[in-house]
Structure formats: structure tokens, C-alpha cells
Design a protein around this ligand. Sequence first.
Ligand code: ADE
Length: 229
Amino acid sequence: MRIDVLTLFPEMFPGYLGQSLLKRAIDNSLVQIQLHNIRDWARGKHQQVDDRPFGGGPGMVLRPEPVVECVEEVQQQGDQPGHLILLTPQGRRLDQPHVEQLAGKARLTLICGRYEGVDQRVIDLLRPEELSIGDYVLGGGEVAAMVVIDAVVRLVPGVLGDEESNRQDSFSGAERLLEFSQYTRPREYRGLKVPDVLVSGNHPDIARWREEQQRQRTRERRGDLLEGE
Ligand code: ADE
């Protein structure tokens, strides 16, 4: 998979991209990430990428020309244009089924907004998918883009190494329940013991215990996930 990120702050990404899972995916050529600085497409001697909103109001708005022209040029690179996404709190809220869909694409092109937003003509001209990572407002789309990359890349075949492990994730598998509790050594810590069933070696019992935990947890914490049942 190829992911292009269009941002005014490409320097926010390298630390994140150096993290182990992603680094291995990049080193193994499973994922290719290209950063593009929208400012490189700005015109004029001041290379101004933003301006005050028409009609007044606080903050600055990203001008349409550098964003549109950056997208057009980047989309022409490679074999095929990427599925175009604008990170914005106005977008559809991301969830795991949608992450799974995005993981099936050969290429994604992510536009990170900043300031009070981007000029509406960017959206009208380019028709990106508008995507939010949750009902809160970030300072810009960069952290949201990292969230999308993080969630999508781990589903690209070969990245996790163990394809079973993402079927067991919360929100995943056929039922999309929360995950069960996990334990490791020691068998007892400060008087708290690992449940006997988990050390019983009885795999059908373990599977039943885990399923029951998943249902109970989901019922207690996230009844909304069971509503479709
Ligand atoms: N930019 C600012 N807030 C955002 C959010 N919640 N999701 C995606 N992009 C954003």
C-alpha cells in the first residue's frame, strides 16, 4: 500500500513513522509513505498558504490553490491516484469496519487541514472523503492522519505477522465485541490471581470463558455495540 500525506507540517511524521511496527512494514516494502509539504505549492514571495475568512470571524483558512494543486500533482505520481481523504472534524466518524475497507485500497492520499479549516472549494473541486477520528477538535489533521495510518497499516497483510491477532481485536471479527481481559506471568500479583481457567490447558473452556467476558464487557461498557443484535 502507498500512502501520501499532504501537510504543512511534514516534520511531525518521522518520529511516528520510526516506530517499530510501521518501520518494519516500511522496511519490508509492505507500506510506502510519502510526505508532501503543501507550502511547496504556495505562490508568491511569501508563499502564503492561509488567509482570513471572507465574512469575518476568528482564525485562518487554508487557501484553495496550494491544496488543490498539490493534490493534483501528487495524484499523478504512481500507477493510480489514491483514494482521497480530507481529515476534518466535519467528516464521517472513523470506525473499525471503515478502517478494514481502507486497508483494502492500494493507495490512500491524506490531506491534513489546519487552522479554522480549508476553503470549501477544495472539497467542491476534489470531492474527497471527509473523515473525522472522533467528536473533538484537534489543532490540525496531522495527528488524525497518523491515527488513520496506524489503524490501517496494521491490517495490511503481512504487517502484523499473525493474521489471527487482528480478528481478536476489539470491534473486529464477526461480532465486533470488546476484547477479553489478558493476563501474563506472574500467576499471582499482590494477592490477585490469574483466573484458573486460563492456566487449565482446556482450550474449549478458555474459548468459552473469553467469549463470555467479551459479551459481559461489551454489555457493561458499550451497550451501543450490541444494539444491532
Ligand atoms: N482535524 C481537527 N479535528 C479533527 C478530527 N476530530 N478528526 C479529523 N481531523 C481533524
